[in-house]
Design a protein around this ligand. Sequence first.
Ligand code: FAD
Length: 290
Amino acid sequence: MRIDDIFAQAKEAGRTPVSFEMFPPKGELTLDRAREAAGALSALSPDFISVTCSAGGGGNFGQTAAIAHMIEDEFGVSSVAHLTCMSLTREQLAARVEEYRAAGVHNVLALRGDRPTPESPAFGAPSDYAYAAQIIPTLVEAGFCVGGAAYPEGHIECEDLATSVRHLKLKQDAGASFFVTQLFFDNEVCYRFLDLAEKAGITIPITCGIMPFMSRAQISRMVFMCGASLPSPVIKLLAKYEDDPESLVKAGIDYACRQLVDLRDHGVDGLHVYTMNRPSVARAAMGALS
Ligand code: FAD
């Protein structure tokens, strides 16, 4: 099913759609292990599951479309295949579009992608695209329902939030039908962003991405990669459970569940859970929202 139809139907029914993100497992037997994760996530009946793709071209580059198709075909859940453009030429994008179409993909999250590191195969590869908005018209023309990434605290490379929101609007103007936000730990930050987005003329659904913190290492990676700010309740929990990893994981999931419930109660367009392929995270989220 198209994601824009899912949002429209949920709105009509007065329901908040809940979706999950998963990634293609690294290493061998990617599809078998993806099947296991996708099966467990699908059993929780999310509105859709999105599948990431590696912009660097390493690991399991190329499995995204197959996994997205598997989710729809084997588990009967709608899916979104991510597609990054920062290392693609026009010819490579055309080939990727054909590959996604042949795999039966209906929904695509159009992304620029994280910059490849010097170790990744795509480092220094020629590219015809600098921004995600540039590939959206091609994807829409190919018949996909297309989404884009949104940044409640502004994109890390962008000088300020207002400019980031202006760039977001370019994706809507290019034909995007929905947005999925970057993770955030402070819902007030998200509410301010949603307000700004509305004032900037963004009318398509924005679903809010939440990832539970699991460890100090994970959280510092996130903070440096995407610039998410840490509110003091999170810092206090990190300090409190510094020497107790199990309790920290539990506290992270509880915190994320409280964020989700608060967002739903504020009437956001949708909730997107970064599951990290852990059905336990998705199960806790669904439990809190039931
Ligand atoms: P863009 O929208 O192209 O923006 C990139 C930068 O360019 C921003 O700073 C923006 O403000 C600026 N910009 C945009 N348009 C213009 C313009 N016309 N002029 C000047 N500046 C402009 N990464 C992966 O590698 N694989 C994934 O599967 C993946 N999934 C993601 C899913 C979600 C929901 C999110 C939020 C992020 C995901 N990412 C993924 C990370 C994403 O690729 C990075 O955040 C990347 O740095 C930006 O991607 P984008 O599509 O938002 O880029």
